[in-house]
Design a protein around this ligand. Sequence first.
Ligand code: NAP
Length: 286
Amino acid sequence: MTQARLMDGTALARRIVEDTARRAAELTARTGVAPCLATVLVGEDPASVTYVRMKQNRCRKAGITSRHVALPASTTTAELVGTLRELSADPTVHGILLQHPVGDHVDERAAFEAIAPEKDVDGVTFASFATMSFGLPGFVSCTPGGILRLLDEYGVDPAGKRAVVVGRSAILGKPVGMLLLARDATVTYCHSRTRDLSAAVREADIVVAAVGRPRLIRGQDIKPGAVVIDAGYNAGNVGDVDFDSAVERASLITPVPGGVGPMTIATLLEQTVTAAEAAAGEPEAA
Ligand code: NAP
């Protein structure tokens, strides 16, 4: 049995970021507008601080300005909503990213809904979920959008294929399933209450693992020739798929790291420049 081909998210993300940086520079040269992403962080959760810093660094390299709003952990829902509404109304801000999690005492959904859809470059609002689900122009959730780009890059057309998405979170499992459905896949969602996960995965032409459980999906359950997308990222650089056994059965597989991970930030940067182009009335905008 031949081994699966690796889907190189690092290389594709690099090309997307290069193209994004070119578009950002051209927009600034034409209009004087510098694309700007506002990042909002509530509290000082170390992982979130690192993620936000990483996003800011990547913005800088792509010629995107970032504006950081650091709020104390005690911030109320009303205060956070107020901040997000101000950023939504600020013409110098083109994209808004609210770093998750915001703390249990905050109504995260109310906060997300305070982001103007035209600045929702992280694809978290109901409006973005709806356009994404209907396959209409709009901003997609970044990790799911990145996954679809990877499939396209490797010539995987979801139409007519059986896709099994393991996980149903609002930022990952649910939207990736909707994107696959919009591209005419037959989609099954699995989650913690699914009775026979192995049986469901065995049916899949495309498996998307989005669980957060190290090596939950085993090679023995992968249909020979299936495409395996591992969005999981667990301690020790381990995905949700048991790579060593799955690589023996799949035709294409994403490595961890270097598969889905780099695509998330690339999609965020690209959508920020698209938002800035649209705000400037530029034709290249989606
Ligand atoms: P999450 O919000 O914790 O959701 C996990 C999902 O997995 C839930 O729907 C849960 O089911 C389901 N689940 C849990 N245990 C299961 C089991 N034993 N069998 C089947 N389903 C099970 O996680 P998330 O935010 O979607 O993240 C998932 C993974 O992706 C994590 O490893 C995370 O680090 C990674 N991730 C990566 C990126 C990236 O950029 N690469 C971005 C986001 C997340 P219930 O709904 O029933 O609870």
